[in-house]
Design a protein around this ligand. Structure first.
Ligand code: PAF
Length: 281
């Protein structure tokens, strides 16, 4: 496994692979890897001759009062995990390498105005910009993202299509702890009491899944899920929504394929989760 810390090093390695006709899978990450990332690397390993993992805590996707400085980092642990999983390259640049003097950014419209885009202004601009840069540097055939960040996945798929990146964007299922909490690098922020409270998101999802059906008013589902969340004193609901799975715009009634995303603060940690529903017939 090689480690590239500059764009030029990564390009040199990728050029060699391209010359040999090898197809490339990219797993973009911000490091502090967990089994969710592991499942992305495993999927990439299965489907590509070469696998690149990027580890870069991307400053442009954090708001001024967000957790950029304290976002967890452990490169040695990440390196060992990538090596064990058979990755061929880690791209691990410094912020200056990626953004020195940068003036061009990638914006996406409507899809980024709702949900996490509304709660975190500028977040998806930062995500789209860094993912575009990674696509241009690594030139992957396929790129892998977790379904936990469902809006991010929808936005990156649309961006890749609209800007003709020629990359197949692949979503992989959410990986959960045994009590249902979705794996996330941010789970490390939770203290013991908050960690015990955090599976309330999953309980709300389970309840939602048990009652959702075609023709149901979205607000009825939202209220039911909010009730489950309200029963946990350490949890503060930011939103529960029912949106069209493609456009991310709210729906009134459940008719077609929908996404049901939620964002909840447990203590000061913001957790997100979601489920999808497609009515039969
Ligand atoms: O999902 C993430 O970890 C990040 O948003 C990503 C896609 C690596 C871009 O920095």
């Amino acid at each position: 496994m090689e480690i590239a810390r500059t764009v030029e090093e990564a390009r040199r390695i990728v050029r060699g692979w391209k010359k040999d006709g090898l197809d490339i899978g990219l797993v973009p990450t911000m490091g502090y890897l967990h089994e969710g990332h592991g499942s992305l690397i495993a999927a990439a390993r299965k489907e590509n001759a070469r696998v690149a993992v990027s580890i870069f805590v991307n400053p442009t996707q954090f708001g001024p009062n967000e957790d950029l400085a304290r976002y967890p980092r452990d490169f040695e642990r990440d390196r060992a995990l990538c090596e064990n999983m058979g990755a061929d390259l880690i791209f691990h640049p410094e912020p200056e390498e990626m953004y020195q003097g940068a003036q061009a950014f990638v914006d996406i419209g409507l899809l980024a105005d709702t949900l996490d885009g509304a709660a975190r202004p500028g977040h998806f601009r930062g995500v789209c910009t860094v993912v575009s840069k990674l696509f241009n540097i690594v030139q992957p055939d396929r790129a892998y993202f977790g379904e936990k960040d469902a809006q991010q996945l929808a936005i990156i798929k649309k961006m890749a299509f609209d800007l003709n990146f020629g990359v197949q964007v692949i979503g992989c299922p959410i990986v959960r702890e045994s009590d249902g909490l979705a794996k996330s690098s941010r789970n490390t922020y939770l203290n013991a009491a908050e960690r015990a409270a955090a599976p309330v998101l999953y309980r709300a999802i389970q309840h939602g899944k048990s009652i959702i059906k075609k023709g149901m008013p979205a607000q009825m589902l939202i209220s039911e899920m909010e009730k489950v969340l309200a029963a946990e004193p350490l949890a503060k609901t930011e939103y529960v929504a029912v949106v069209d799975a493609m456009t991310m715009q709210p729906v009134d009634t459940i008719e077609g394929a929908v996404l049901v995303p939620l964002a909840v603060r447990v203590g000061s940690t913001r957790l997100i989760d979601n489920f999808s529903f497609a009515p039969q017939g």
